[in-house]
Design a binder for this molecule. Structure first.
Ligand code: NI
Length: 163
């Protein structure tokens, strides 16, 4: 496994629509492993393939509230319910955050790394992460969906140092 370079806002690749995954390959398995490792190293809640420069419909999510990790391949949101307004950040927009309105509950259909179809329903943080990551696959960033724009936040390391 390897940590890959995270592309940052301003990089054209983040605005492109990703391609559907038609079959699993050893190369894509390595990509998924690397995405989990890259997300963990960056202390992120989610990471989408275009953020590491690959235009495929694959994203990973760390639902730390429930200690569950997911890979979603070709995800399609099939149902949404309610709404929540909350702070959102992105590993491709370091040091920034913004408030975004998302559904409170989201159901997504996707394929796992064995290309078996599954359905996942998430509420709160997980619902937000599913929306944010599937947006990446369509070349959309949260910064264009904020209520009041983006603002500075301290990276996790610096917060710890101040205690
Ligand atoms: Ni993001």
């Amino acid at each position: 496994m390897a940590i890959r370079t995270i592309r940052e806002i301003g990089d054209d690749i983040l605005t492109k629509k990703c391609k559907v995954v038609k079959e699993m390959t050893p190369r894509l398995q390595t990509l998924i492993d690397d995405m989990f490792e890259t997300m963990a190293a960056a202390q992120g809640v989610g990471l989408a393939a275009p953020q590491v420069g690959i235009l495929k419909r694959i994203c990973v999510i760390d639902d730390y509230e429930h200690e569950q990790k997911y890979v979603l391949i070709n995800p399609e949101i099939t149902e949404t319910e309610g709404e929540q307004i909350g702070q959102e950040g992105c590993l491709s927009v370091p040091g920034k955050a913004g408030d975004v309105k998302r559904p409170m509950k989201v159901t997504v259909e996707a394929f796992d790394r064995e290309m078996k179809k599954f359905t996942l329903t998430g509420e709160g943080l997980l619902a937000r992460a599913i929306c944010h990551e599937t947006d990446h696959l369509d070349g959309e960033l949260y910064v264009d969906k904020t209520i009041d724009g983006i603002y500075d936040v301290m990276p996790p390391e610096e917060e710890e140092e101040e205690e």
